[in-house]
Design a protein around this ligand. Sequence first.
Ligand SMILES: [Zn+2]
Length: 279
Amino acid sequence: MSRTPPPRRLFISADMEGIAGVASVSQLLPGQFEYETARSWMTAEVAAATRVALDNGYGEVIIADGHGNAQNLLPDRLPAGSRLIRSWPRPLGQMEGADWPGVDACMFIGFHSGARSGAGTLAHTFHGGLFNDVRVNGESCSEARLLAAFAGEIGVPVILVTGDDAICREVSGYLPDAETCAVKQFIAWRSVATVTPSEGAAMVGEAALRAITRAPRTLLRLPAPYRLEIEFVHPVTAELAGLLPGFAQTGQNTAAAEFATMRELLVMTGFLSNYPKGD
Ligand SMILES: [Zn+2]
C-alpha cells in the first residue's frame, strides 16, 4: 500500500504591526482609520512571499493569520496553494500549522518588537491590554523570540523575519543567518519612516526568495525547563493565573509556572491571552 507523501510546505506566521505603512493602533482595528487598507497591505506582503515559495519548490504554503481577530488577510487575494488558518482561539496560536507534516521552514511577516524591548513601533507581547511583559527563564521575550524557540523545538528553521528595523535587529542577534527585511524604520512607538506598501511587498518577495535560496538552518533553542513569568496589566489577572495548576502568583501583577516544552508554554500563553482582563 502506498501513501502519498505530504507536499513540501512553507509555514508563514503573519502579523500586522510590522507591515509597511502601518504606524498606529487605529490601522490595526476593524472599523477604524485605514484598517481595510492596512489589511490589504498585509495581504500583499504575505501573498508576495507565498507566490515566491510556490514558484520555488513549495507545494503548499500554510499561512497563520495571527493578528487581532486572526481574520485580517483577504483570502481572495492569496494565490492558489495557500492554506489560510483563520480565527481563534487555537492551540498553537500564531504557530498553528507550523507542525504539519512536510513543513521545512517558516517565515514571520509583519512582526514587531516585544513589550520590554525599549524600541519598536507598536511594540507589545501577545496582548498589550493584558500583558506588560512575558519572560522565559528571566528574560523578556518578544513574540518572535518565543515563536522562534517553539520552531526550534520542532526542528523548523525560521528563514525570514520582516517588520520594522528594531525587530529585524533583535532577531539577527539570535538567528544570525535568518534573512530579515525591514520595511520601515522605528521613530517612536507610534511613528515610523516607511517604504510604500507596494515597495514593501516587493521587498518581502525578494527577501523570501533570498531566504528560500539560502535556506538558513539555525534553530533557536532556549535551555529547558522553561520558567514562564507573565507580568499582567491588571492584578486580578495575575491572581486568576496564580490559581491554575502549576502556577504561582509571584507578585501583585505577576504569575509564573514551569514547562518542560516550549509547546506547552506557547499553549498556555495563548490561553492566558484570551483570559478576561479582570475589570
Ligand atoms: Zn498583531
